[in-house]
Every structure is written in C-alpha cells, then in structure tokens.
Design a protein around this ligand. Structure first.
Ligand SMILES: Nc1ncnc2c1ncn2[C@@H]1O[C@H](COP(=O)(O)OP(=O)(O)OP(=O)(O)O)[C@@H](O)[C@H]1O
Length: 594
C-alpha cells in the first residue's frame, strides 16, 4: 500500500469536512462505485464513520440503481477514496436532498435510527415460540398413527386385501359423525394398500374423490377418466421407451451381422440377438407394437370439464380404466353430497361396471356422515354399495385426550401446555359429538391465542377463549350464508329481543318480518313458511324455539336467540339487502303501537 496516498486522502477529507468525517463517508457512497481499495483504507473509513449511516443514506439519497449498487459496496467493505467522497458530496447536495433530516425516506416513513425497519415484527418475534410445528394440528396433516381406530382400520384392510390377490374387493360404506377419523383412516389404509401393491408388483390403485367439491356425475367421471388417461399415458411412454431401445439394439445387431456377412455365409437373421427372450419374433412384430402404442397414446383424449354428453364421458372413463389389468378402489368421500346434488346415477353406473370390464375391476368405498343417505338410493345401488358397512363411533373424552396428546407432543415445545389444557379441549370437543377435528382446532387456536398475547405457556383461559372464538366464528359463518328470507326472519327476532321482548312467539316475529320485507321490497312469505324458517334456525342452533300449548288458543312456538345479539346483527347488516334497512327501531315501536 502507498502510504503517501493514504495520508493525502485523509488530508483532503479533513479539508472538506472539517473534523467530522462521517457525512463525507456516507455521501461518498451515494455517487460513484467504490474503486478497488486496500483493506486498510476501508478500515480507516469505517473508523471514521458508521457503516449503517452510509448504508441508509446510500439508499435514500437518490433512487437510481447506481446508488443502490454503491450502497451495497459499503457492505462489502470497500469505500471509495476521500477525494471521490468530496466530489460526490457536492453532487448529492445539488440533487436537492435535505441533509438536515437524514432519516426520512421518500415516502415520509421514518426509519429507525439503528436499522432499516420500525420493529413492526420484532415484538412479535421476541417471545419464545410456543409451537414446535403448528402444521401438525391443521386438518391437512395426515397422522401416521390413529389411536382408537384399530378396529375400523383392520376391518377395512381385511376387506381390501382381496385387491392384492387380484380379486375384486366388496364395496364398503363408511359411516360416522363429522371428525370421527373416517377420511384419515381410509386414506391411511389406501396408502398402505398402494405401497404393498408396489412391493408385490400387483396392479392396484386407489382414487380419492371429494364429492363435496366434485359433486356431479359428469365431474366425477371426468376426473376419474382424466386420472386414468394420465396414468395410461405414463405407462405407454415407459413402454415406448423400452421398445424403442430394443429397436435400436436390434438395429445395431443388424449392422454387426451385415459387417460379418463375408465371413459368415448364413447371413443375419434380423436383430436376432436383441429380440431373444422378448415376446417379439421379428422386427415387424416389434414395429407393429410400437405403432400400436403410439396410436393408443394419440387416441386418448382428455375429457374437458364441461361440454361432452355424459355417456361419452362414461365410455372414455370405461376405456381408460380397462386399458390394462388392475384393481381400482374408488374412494368417494362425502358421498351423500353427490347423491343430494345429482342423484344416484353415478353410483348406479359405477356399481354395474364390473360386469362389463374385461381387464380391470373396480370397487367403491363410500364415506358419509349422514347415516340416512342410503334411504334415497335405488334399492339395487343400496345393496351393491352397502356390501360391507363400517361405523365410526364418536370419540369419548378419554380417547380425544389420547389423540390430542399424540399430536401435542409433536406440535408444541416441551412444557408449553399446562396440565389442564388437553383434558379441557377433549372435554369441550366430547360435549359436541366426539369430534377430533374440533378438539384439534381448539388446541391450535388456544396455542395461537396464547402466542398472540405473548404468554409463555398455553393455559386453561386460552382454551376457554378459543372455545368462544370458534363458536363465534361458526355463528358468523352460518348467519352469513343464510338465505335472505331466513336472514329477515332472524333480524325480526333480534329486533324483538333488543327491545326486551321475552318468549317471542311466531306471530310477533311474523309481524315484524312483514314490515321488514316491505321496507326492503322482498317477497312476503306465508306465516307457515316463516314458522318453517324458524325451525331451520332452531336446528342450526341460532335460535332456541319450544312449542308451547296455549290451551284453547292452540299451540305456538316461543323462542329466544342462542347467539350473541350484537355480532349477529352486525353480520346481518353487512348483507347488502338488509343493510338497506335504515333505522330498525321504528318498526318495533310501530309493532307495539298497533
Ligand atoms: N384417531 C385419530 N388419531 C389422530 N387424529 C385423528 C384421529 N381421528 C381423527 N383425527 C384427526 O381429526 C381430523 C378430522 O378427521 P377426519 O377428516 O378423518 O374426520 P371425518 O370423520 O372424515 O370427518 P368428516 O366427515 O367431517 O369429513 C383430522 O385432522 C384427523 O387427522
């Protein structure tokens, strides 16, 4: 390093800035890229000024890319000579930047002095995390262990094992209330089935369809057809690869034999060696097979998501599944939704397919939480579908406790839960109807609430708060998605309740309902229909209605709200039609005046 050069830089810097050299370092960074410097020069510069200053100044002085690059160069430890800094100081000054407020950026956001953020996330990150792996508590997670479902899982396995012997397994119907582990168990068994089939090289596949999403015959058949077409294409591509390799090996044979012809009088038999031990006797046979496969691949046309006649979709699916030998288990989750939406045609068609399939076999596994849905089925479909039935009973509090404990061990940090958290979550969920999903939601939400309040551990109060939150979320969702007429009826109940009316009867609700309908120009239903809507609200748990006998005046329904008034009213008023109701008060007053 040149000593003289270093000294002169320092001199120049001091000349321009006087004793304080910090600004010059910073400003220098904003103009030209740093020239190559020796480490000791950078060290000097760093001694003179703070790197942070230079960085933030570099980024905020001007918004050219060049400037950003320069500020980066200060990070890498290279700082330009003081002479350059002096020049750039002038440049930046003429660029109009107000040096008196060095920490204000272009949008006027005040940056933290000692960093380039305002610590928005710092507080949230500062606490010790409660979760080790929150994903484990989400519904999308498939557990590797399913405590208290051994019986059901073993029964499924006993029925499906025939698939591994190349036979058709009986169709299975799985029943059970929501959150009783039906889907999780069925998926677990399918994974085992598929992996065992690979192990023993038996063609067996499971196709999962969620009928809540795929809810028409067209969509179910199209989805199945496209899945099998894709699989067939893969199989064809692999076979073509092998056959083309065989073809080129045979060609090589041919060439070698031709070269040998002068020596060997017998002459070559086309590709003799390469074709030995294959199903092909001649190259023509091989070429024919390749052409056949290419034509198959060409012919397999994907089913569009709409537009084809259903029988064409069915035929396409049929041909795709029967393309080669295999046993297919079609898992129809929420099968009741399919029947509700589009009848039992799909199930009828699927259940009679086996008598027509030549190479493959299919078996149906239906999953439902509606125990009565088979009542709506054609008797033939009903008996074919329900060859085997497996019931998933609700979990009791002890079983839920085990399930939660298994998950909590992976989901939370050690000692992050007080002893009463899991039993309380289990007890709340058992009260509902033994729903493991609800129990897991409760535990996750309690953890999140504890985390949000920066508590170090999850305690009983967080579970109680979580229970309220989940309940309110449910109410909000149910109310938000009610049909308009039900919303008007509910609004009438709320208005009466807010005005201190107890044991509200159907007649009172109907009067207010009529006035509200007039106000927003909605059709007015008959009192009988309104009574039905009240029963529906009762079933949804939004109102609590009881039939009371009024002696010789007949019977009437008396009701009260089962949900929080304010929140429910707010959700109703967020509906654009009900939001038009200007001031609801006068209606109720009018009712009492009448
Ligand atoms: N025995 C169990 N062990 C561990 N987790 C379980 C068990 N049973 C259910 N779960 C979990 O509970 C949640 C709900 O389970 P699942 O989806 O299988 O219920 P389901 O009976 O199919 O409900 P639905 O009818 O509403 O679809 C999932 O997150 C699942 O992992």
């Amino acid at each position: 390093m040149d000593e003289g050069e270093h000294t002169s830089q320092t001199d120049e810097s001091e000349d321009s800035d006087g004793s304080d050299s910090n600004p010059s370092v910073a400003d220098g960074n904003t103009s030209e890229p740093a020239s190559a410097e020796t480490p000791s020069e950078s060290d000097d510069s760093l001694d003179e000024g703070s790197t942070e200053d230079s960085t933030s100044d570099g980024l905020t002085d001007t918004d050219t890319l060049a400037d950003a690059d320069v500020s980066d160069s200060s990070h890498s430890g290279t700082v330009e000579p003081a002479s350059d800094r002096i020049d750039s100081n002038v440049d930046v000054g003429s660029g109009g930047r107000d040096r008196s407020s060095p920490d204000v950026d272009f949008d006027g956001v005040v940056l933290d002095d000692d960093g380039d953020n305002q610590g928005l996330f710092d507080d949230l990150l500062s606490g010790e995390p409660i979760f080790e792996n929150k994903e484990v508590l989400r519904p999308s997670y498939t557990p590797h262990e399913l405590p208290h479902r051994n019986d059901q899982i073993n029964r499924m396995a006993t029925i499906l094992v025939s698939a591994l012997r190349g036979e058709t397994p009986s169709n299975i119907l799985i029943y059970g209330k929501t959150g009783t582990g039906k889907t999780a168990s069925a998926k677990f068994v399918s994974q085992e089935l598929e992996s065992t089939s690979q192990k023993y090289d038996v063609p067996c596949e499971v196709e999962y369809i969620n009928c809540e999403v795929t809810d028409t015959q067209y969509r179910v058949l199209a989805q199945l057809a496209n899945t099998f077409i894709e699989k067939n294409q893969q199989v064809i591509a692999e076979q073509l690869d092998q056959l083309r390799n065989l073809r080129s090996a045979a060609d090589d044979d041919l060439e070698t034999s031709a070269d040998d012809r002068t020596v060997d009088d017998d002459g070559p038999i086309e590709g003799r060696d390469a074709l030995a031990d294959t199903e092909f006797e001649t190259l023509d046979d091989l070429d024919e097979r390749i052409e056949e496969l290419e034509a198959d691949a060409e012919e397999m046309e994907e089913v569009p998501m709409t537009g084809w006649p259903t029988d064409r979709v069915y035929t396409t699916f049929f041909e795709a599944v029967d393309y080669h030998e295999r046993v297919v288990v079609i898992m129809l989750d929420e099968i009741d939704k399919l029947v509700e939406k589009s009848g039992d045609d799909t199930l009828y068609n699927l259940s009679r397919m086996n008598s027509e399939l030549n190479r493959s076999r299919i078996s149906i596994m239906g999953i439902s939480n509606d125990l009565k849905f088979t009542d709506f089925l054609d008797p033939r479909v009903k008996s074919s579908l329900g060859e085997e039935e497996i019931v998933f009973p609700p979990y009791d509090a002890n079983q839920l406790r085990d399930i939660l404990q298994h998950r909590a061990d992976i989901a939370f940090k050690q000692d992050a839960l007080t002893d009463d958290v899991i039993p309380l979550c289990a007890a709340f969920a058992a009260q509902e109807h033994g729903d493991a999903r609800r129990a897991l939601d409760l535990l996750r939400t309690a953890g999140e609430l504890a985390e949000r309040s920066q508590a170090e551990i999850v305690a009983e109060k967080h579970v109680r708060q979580a229970q309220d939150k989940i309940e309110l979320d449910r109410v909000v969702e149910v109310v938000r998605t009610l049909p308009t007429q039900s919303k008007i009826v509910l609004f009438a109940v709320i208005l009466l309740e807010k005005n201190g009316v107890h044991n509200i009867n159907t007649g009172e609700v109907f009067n207010i309902y009529k006035r509200l309908c007039e106000e927003i120009d909605a059709d007015v239903l008959t009192q009988r229909r309104v009574t039905d809507l009240i029963s529906e609200l009762d079933m949804l748990g939004i109102v609590n209605a009881v039939v009371v006998s009024k002696g010789r005046y007949g019977r009437t329904k008396e009701m009260g709200l089962s949900v929080p008034v304010e929140e429910t009213e707010a959700v109703l008023l967020s509906d654009s039609r009900l939001g038009d109701i200007e001031n609801a008060q006068p209606f109720v007053q009018a009712r009492f005046d009448n």
